[in-house]
Design a protein around this ligand. Structure first.
Ligand code: ZN
Length: 161
């Protein structure tokens, strides 16, 4: 699958989240500046070398082990979809897709147009994942997962009996 906002940043040193132990994914300065609350940003010495923690149950969103900086959900301006269990759960930040919207489509039509619609907009160069998505990356992977989950949950026609 073609993804739009491939981030090519490398973080040297330890990239494991201190709280959950999982490896984080490097995020750019642009993502941090766009999504971390201003008073928090001001306390950070350098925006280089930060990672995004993808663990759903971990409260850390961004971290930098070298600087001993750990930013949590409350330090970030948007709801981090993969870390939320209550609706609305954002999936695509550029075009406003939530898990609820995708599930609703599947309930009614047995499928979701999310991947198709988002892909078309990505192709047209309309996405801004680096500034809007907390992971700083394209949401299509996550959207595909949510669609799959929705089909398993709601599409009765796909069940083989
Ligand atoms: Zn973590």
């Amino acid at each position: 699958m073609k993804s739009c906002c491939d981030v090519k940043i490398k973080v040297s040193g330890n990239t494991s989240c201190k709280e959950c132990g999982n490896k984080g994914k490097p995020v750019s300065e642009i993502t941090l500046k766009s999504l971390v609350k201003e008073p928090v940003i001001e306390t950070i010495e350098s925006l280089d070398g930060f990672c995004f923690c993808e663990t759903p149950t971990c409260g850390v969103v961004y971290f930098n082990n070298e600087q001993q900086a750990y930013l949590h959900k409350e330090d970030v301006k948007v709801r981090v979809g993969i870390k939320e269990t209550e609706s609305p759960i954002p999936v695509c930040y550029c075009f406003g897709w939530t898990q609820e919207k995708i599930f609703e489509q599947i309930k009614q039509q047995g499928k979701s147009t999310a991947v198709k619609e988002i892909s078309a907009k990505v192709k047209a160069g309309e996405c801004e994942c680096e500034r809007k998505n907390p992971s700083g990356r394209c949401c299509l992977g996550e959207v595909t997962k949510v669609v799959k989950k929705g089909i398993e949950l709601y599409d009765k026609t796909s069940k083989k009996e």
